[in-house]
Design a protein around this ligand. Structure first.
Ligand SMILES: OC[C@H]1O[C@H](O[C@H]2O[C@H](CO)[C@@H](O)[C@H](O)[C@H]2O)[C@H](O)[C@@H](O)[C@@H]1O
Length: 739
């Protein structure tokens, strides 16, 4: 990796330092004199993405086929050093009979470092002692919150006007923003839509009100310019949005935001609504789906998508089928859950991304968020505009009715994650957007507690949840199961796949949503102690029958040692259950604690433990409170030169490693992880305890390789440290450009 030279200047409120933005060096997979492999036909030009350099076209495909960078997004984020015309002319000179060497030379001559159009801004006005820290009692917990609060300084960005491509000087994929913003980190060099919801939650705790406001001002500028908020701040995201959470964070900037919030809802209504007929009630509902118009590989994941479509080991796809697949891949990205078994057509086996069925799926989370948006707008009008208030009330009621009809399983007290519009792949022949009513055979259900949580967080409480304490607990009982059965925090689903939004991955936004859902349960159903498991059984027995759609023995196993998992049933399956609480579940509050508060405390502590222990295991330390691990220990995670990673996702199987899987290596930084952590510290500070992190040296073999961690557990809740852990840490370290 090369590093750019540093330049520093100071403004009234910020010190601007443009340094340490590393640039990936091309690393060809073939000899420089070798010809590139032959290519499939080009996909059609995408009208929404006209750049001949960064959007689907000959140049992008050729550079990707050369596969010079491990991550497809690297090239898509590199500004040119010359005018677009000069770059295209240079490319035309090499484009027939191209060798790897020619592409390497072309990139070195005509492109600069990825992300150079952005500049890191160092905050000069960060309050080292924000008020929320007073809520945190334990010194280790407090010290960590303070350290994470300080990480904002490394994630603040502005558009670098000096190296911005203006006029015809050069070309870049960046959507320039007028205001400061916070990036997730690593390969995510630009502002992201739904990530920013949790980033703003954290910024508010950190009293960085101006940055929170600036983030939202950028979104409002985008709504003005594009009519919607793109997935992220690059032109290759201009055909899709992300879960629409803008309306939930804008209350402080009402005057400008209200008409723009209306504009955003209109965009979803015009572009993402579909009329469906319920197979249960025969009622026709207007609902929303993720559905992107796209018939080419995503530029930021070009080679990945191209390979999915052209994989010689799979049946050949014709152009129509390829176009449909590319639309599915982009729609999955719009959902924020890219990717998960939840989006698969369960007609097929659901093992390849070719089986995605996103556009035909009624996603309960999207519809719940839009319900909450209508409610928020209804309230925000505050009697100033009765006709808009009434329109939003009507829309919210209709959506609530649709969700409860289509996505709620009253018998098993669960949400139906995804309802398929059709069972087979006839969607290939359907036009988009759908205009007709389609009967809804119900797909196999994928249980996901984050989705039930989104439903109730959005303010929709099915009557079965509110019927009694027992039934409300039943709805959330899988949190109880996870706290007792696994060492880590709450996974997206219980289905283990290679996809990043499935088990074992546990995501910060989901922990926040589940905690919010528990906090907002009405007092009459959330009081009373946590139920105890029946004699001789595990906590699985407390779940409503059939709720997970999986037998107990099919749940992911919790590793105990290198070659042994915990038992799959019976009391011993609850490896983290201690007498009266769970391991790393925090301090029970001294006052009477209801079951929902107890689960909230445990989940908050487990999230805290996951972030703190993985940060500590990768070099994090707190002066005078938490010493840095020894080099021998850090060697186990190959972090001797790191200072602590905040990962984008975690594992539900242990508390000191990142998640895994997906189409890019796990990233560190990380915006929403830090945002949720600060929110948890502020809201659970009095019940958070210092976690007992596993001993990294336990289980290290004579040859230096690690086999397990654990330690600190009173009940043998030790976890295997898989080689994937070390690999992901190393790659994260390499790619996390901020650390
Ligand atoms: O480049 C692949 C995909 O990466 C993004 O998705 C993932 O990261 C985002 C930023 O943290 C997050 O919002 C999303 O939920 C993750 O799955 C991007 O958003 C995708 O559009 C992109 O194709």
């Amino acid at each position: 990796q090369n590093t750019t030279t540093a330049t520093t200047s100071t403004t009234s409120s910020t010190t601007i330092t443009t340094e340490d933005i590393p640039t990936a060096t091309p690393s060809p997979t073939g000899a420089l004199t070798d010809l590139l492999p032959s290519q499939a036909a080009l996909p059609p030009k995408q009208a929404w993405c006209p750049s001949e350099i960064f959007c689907a076209g000959e140049l992008l495909q050729t550079v990707n086929i050369a596969h010079l960078y491990p991550d497809d997004k690297t090239f898509a984020d590199k500004p040119t050093t010359k005018s677009a015309q000069e770059v295209l002319n240079a490319f035309r000179n090499i484009s027939s009979g191209t060798t790897y060497g020619q592409v390497v030379e072309f990139l070195q001559e005509d492109f600069t470092g990825e992300g150079q159009e952005l500049e890191p801004l160092t905050l000069a006005n960060l309050n080292p002692e924000p008020a929320f820290l007073k809520n945190v009692t334990n010194p280790v917990v407090k010290g960590f919150a303070q350290a994470v609060h300080g990480i904002w300084t490394q994630l603040i960005r502005g558009t670098n006007s000096t190296s911005l491509c203006s006029g015809s000087k050069c070309e870049s994929s960046l959507i320039p923003l007028n205001h400061t913003f916070v990036v997730p980190g690593g390969r995510f060099r630009e502002q992201y839509y739904w990530d920013s919801f949790w980033i703003v939650e954290g910024l508010l705790e950190s009293e960085l009100y101006d940055i929170a406001n600036a983030t939202l001002q950028n979104f409002m500028d985008e709504l003005n310019t594009f009519g919607f908020i793109p997935n992220g701040g690059r032109i290759y995201y201009l055909n899709r949005s992300q879960p629409p959470l803008f309306i939930q964070v804008h209350r402080s900037i009402l005057t400008r935001a209200l008409p723009l919030a209306e504009k955003e809802l209109t965009w979803w209504d015009t572009n993402r609504s579909v009329s469906v007929k319920s197979p249960f009630t025969n009622q026709t509902h207007k609902v929303y789906h993720y559905s992107v118009t796209n018939s080419a590989p995503r530029p930021e994941s070009y080679l990945t998508d191209y390979t999915t479509a052209n994989d010689p080991a799979l049946p050949t796809l014709n152009d129509t089928a390829k176009a449909a697949l590319y639309a599915e891949l982009a729609s999955g990205a719009e959902s924020g859950w890219d990717y998960t078994t939840r989006w698969f057509s369960h007609q097929a086996d659901g093992t390849s991304l070719r089986d995605l069925n996103v556009r035909n799926t009624i996603a309960v989370d999207l519809n719940s968020i839009l319900y909450a948006s209508h409610i928020a707008l209804r309230d925000l009008y505050n009697n100033t505009n009765p006709s808009r208030q009434s329109a939003h009330t009507t829309a919210a009621n209709a959506l609530r009715e649709a969700i409860l009809d289509l996505n709620w399983d009253s018998a098993k007290v669960r949400t139906i994650a995804s309802v398929s519009l059709v069972w087979d792949l006839t969607w290939l022949a359907l036009s988009s957007p759908f205009t007709t009513s389609i009967s809804l055979p119900i797909s196999e259900t994928i249980y996901s507690l984050p989705l039930l949580s989104t439903l109730t967080w959005s303010g929709i409480y099915p009557k079965e949840v509110l019927a009694s304490k027992e039934s409300a607990f039943g709805a959330f009982s899988s949190i109880h199961l996870v706290m007792n059965r696994y060492n880590g925090t709450f996974p997206a689903t219980f289905i283990e796949t290679h996809l990043q939004w499935d088990a074992p991955n546990a995501w910060p936004p989901h922990q926040y949503i589940a905690l919010q859902a528990l906090r907002h349960l009405p007092a009459n159903v959330s009081s009373g102690a946590l139920p105890t498991r029946p004699e001789g059984k595990s906590t699985f027995a407390l779940l409503p029958a059939g709720q997970l759609g999986l037998e107990e023995a099919k749940l992911p196993g919790q590793p105990l040692t290198a070659d042994r998992n915990a038992t799959t049933s019976g009391p011993d399956a609850d490896v983290s259950l201690l007498s009266g609480s769970v391991f790393n579940g925090g301090n029970a509050s001294t006052t009477e604690e209801g079951w929902a508060a107890a689960l909230g405390r445990q989940l908050a502590n487990r999230y805290y433990a996951s972030t703190l222990c993985s940060w500590h295991a990768t070099g994090g330390s707190i002066q005078d409170i938490l010493p840095r691990l020894s080099d021998a220990e850090l060697n186990v995670t190959q972090s001797t030169s790191s200072f602590g990673h905040m990962f984008e996702k975690f594992s539900n199987l242990d508390i000191d490693s990142a998640g895994r899987g997906g189409e890019y290596v796990v990233q560190a930084g990380f915006g929403w992880t830090n945002g949720v952590l600060l929110w948890v510290a502020s809201n659970y500070g009095n019940v958070l305890a210092a976690p007992q992190c596993p001993n990294l040296l336990e289980g290290v073999t004579a040859g230096g390789s690690n086999t397990k961690t654990g330690g600190g557990s009173e009940n043998d809740a030790m976890v295997v440290r898989t080689p994937a852990f070390a690999v992901s840490i190393v790659l994260a370290g390499m790619l996390s450009l901020l650390y």
